[in-house]
Design a protein around this ligand. Structure first.
Ligand code: ATP
Ligand code: MG
Length: 332
């Protein structure tokens, strides 16, 4: 059975529509015919400063959102990254195979460090893609369902797997990115040329999965469009309208082009109302499931502990293989 690995950072109280359409929905679909490992990547979340209490709460909330979206813990392994120490251990080994120049070319670091200045960014933010490669390679993942923004990191992961294999002998599966056209890059509603992001400067452009329905409707109603009046799918000329059509299409099971038909003679207001209805139809039951899951944190923690035990059966074996290959002396 082919393996799948993916993760999200607990960097916000709620995931957003981009996380959901770009990744989480695919996670639920592929678990049917793959061995799936879905991780809450808390090690990645401390690459930027965060309050410890907030991090702990967000880690539980992120896991609960995986489950509320339909990730089935009986089928898929759901766990927290810091519970499997092999992630950090493998990252060290891979970091020693990564060129400084190679790491410097990663655009996510450039984007994220641009805000406070690279000089003041953490070394952890710089080596983030190496840790991500370790996450994936530990589980011999064949497939990694992620959004478009992760394409470059997946390329690095493949390069590192191939480099290790050619230097030390075949050790890692070389994984493939699973990036779905159409929903792989959901744009910020206020700035439709930038991706929707948990760490966006302003929440006005986000639709969070756990937002109050009134807030969801308001955010969509206030989405930036353009000064024309026609509704067509044209991401270059009409990024705002096209983003809304992409969201509508994703929730109604059609293409953005097809979704645009039927709006002849109607305005942006009608489109936005339809987008809000389609989004809320799926979010409201999601929110109910989330609330029920979060009401029992002890059960959630038990589930994550069981997930970590299953994850470590795989990650410990991979790490032992790696340590042997690079020439570390056995501990016992
Ligand atoms: P942060 O701003 O903290 O990096 P994020 O919103 O980028 O948060 P991540 O936890 O980094 O979220 O990414 C989780 C998953 O969601 C990844 O697979 C990523 O590719 C995907 N993703 C993030 N933003 C979008 C988006 N706007 N459209 C589609 N997929 C996205
Ligand atoms: Mg991100």
């Amino acid at each position: 059975v082919p393996r799948v690995f993916s993760g999200m950072q607990p960097t916000s109280d709620s995931l957003h529509l981009g996380n959901y359409l770009g990744a989480l929905r695919q996670w639920v679909a592929v678990q049917e015919d793959h061995d799936a490992f879905y991780c809450v990547v808390d090690l990645h979340a401390i690459t930027v400063e965060v309050d410890p209490r907030v991090l702990r709460e967000r880690t539980r909330r992120t896991a609960a959102q995986y489950l509320a979206a339909g990730v089935d813990p009986a089928r898929s392994v759901v766990f927290v990254q810091s519970h499997a120490p092999e992630h950090a251990q493998l990252a060290w080994v891979l970091g020693c195979l990564t060129g400084f120049g190679e790491a410097s070319r990663m655009t996510q670091f450039k984007d994220k460090s641009a805000r406070g200045g690279a000089e003041r960014s953490s070394v952890g933010l710089f080596t983030y893609p190496v840790l991500q490669a370790a996450d994936i390679l530990l589980y011999d993942a064949d497939l990694v369902p992620v959004g478009e923004d992760q394409r470059q990191h997946l390329e690095l992961t493949r390069d590192l797997a191939q480099r290790f294999n050619s230097r030390f002998g075949r050790t890692f599966v070389v994984p493939q990115a699973y990036i779905l056209g159409g929903t792989a890059k959901i744009m910020d509603l206020q700035e439709p040329t930038a991706k929707m992001s948990k760490s966006a400067a302003s929440p006005a452009g986000l639709v969070d999965l756990l937002d109050d329905p009134k807030v969801v409707a308001k955010r969509i109603r206030s989405a930036v469009t353009d000064t024309e009046r026609d509704i067509r799918f044209d991401p270059e000329a009409k990024p705002g309208v096209s983003n809304l059509l992409g969201i509508l299409a994703a929730f109604t099971g059609t293409t953005p082009q097809a979704a645009a038909e039927g709006y002849a003679g109607r305005g942006y207001g009608d489109l936005k109302a339809d987008v809000a209805d389609a989004v809320l139809a799926e979010l409201q039951p999601f929110q109910e499931r989330f609330t029920a899951l979060l009401a029992d944190p002890a059960e959630l923690d038990r589930l994550l502990a069981a997930g970590a035990a299953r994850a470590r059966e795989v990650s410990a074996a991979t790490l032992a293989r790696v340590h042997d290959r690079v020439g570390f002396l056995p501990a016992a």
